[in-house]
Write a protein that binds this ligand. Sequence first.
Ligand SMILES: Cc1ncc(COP(=O)(O)O)c(C=O)c1O
Length: 348
Amino acid sequence: MPPPRTIDLRSDTVTRPTPGMRAAMASAVVGDDVFGEDPTVADLERRVAALMGREYGLFVPSGTMGNQIALQLHARHGDEVLVADGAHCLWYESGAAAAIAGVQLVAVGTGGLVTPDELRAALRPRVDWCPKTSALVLENTHNRAGGKIIDLAVSRAVITTAHAAGLAVHLDGARLLNASVALGLTPAEVAGEADTVSVCLSKGLGAPAGSVLVGSREQMYEARRLRKRMGGGMRQVGVLAAAGIFALDHHLERLADDHHAARALAAGLDGCPGITAVAPDTNIVMIDVAPGAGVDAHGFADHARVHGVLLSVFGEFRLRAVTHLEVSLDDALTAAEVIRKVSRAVAA
Ligand SMILES: Cc1ncc(COP(=O)(O)O)c(C=O)c1O
């Protein structure tokens, strides 16, 4: 009998290019993109800019680089940038905001949501002995908040407040397309009035690498220089852009399947003693291990791995499970079974 398949729920970044995507990559027309001569990259940038309702797009190697370029566009060294509580650029970008963009990040709000009042309270006086507060970074969906869709009315209001206070707004939209599909709104509607937005191709869309930063023509002109400075100028990178185009054509609407699988996973854990699954908005399920359950999140993940389910540790007692292209509805239901068994076993 073949060994049972591992169900990898650590992240939606673990997907491998499908045969169709590989074929698109192999036949991509390419050129030197540092010279602006790669037609497939140009096509991808135009398509994402149009999708997001922005003038221009810039293909960058990663979501991290997209965020870091945005920080450098909107703030100078020594400035302060307010970020939604739990922001990726605060937690998971290896300190790049300080080391590369040279800015001081301050978390505001709770659970990824920032209200206009919270923003106003965080603004420093405009005096020369305080850092200048230059920008606000929002994230939608919000990863640490569990793939949460950030309320659009509140987002709109806080962006208006930020603009009125002279702040630029960057939206980390690594998983913005999940929000768009879940809400039945266009990506441009979800993006609202943010000045720049970065969108990842390598998460739920299933491409092997790449993100697109979008904004105005002038911003993207400067962003190109910043990308080169950071070592992100790539040559015949149409092979990767082709994967992104394929993903937009074939993997966008199916994000709804990931959301369905995530809901099924959470529902399958309902009432399970020792753990609590947070009902998901999109493709991320946060699972809290009860402090008295006998193990912490690391211990729980170790047990689940032995039984063929991979989970990420997100806190002492918090686990993250993410559905994606390589997780079917059946896989999600199987994973729920396994997690229930693990919960019973560790409690015994
Ligand atoms: C919300 C968010 N922003 C940015 C990133 C960074 O993307 P990358 O891993 O491509 O640098 C991630 C990655 O998981 C993310 O979840």
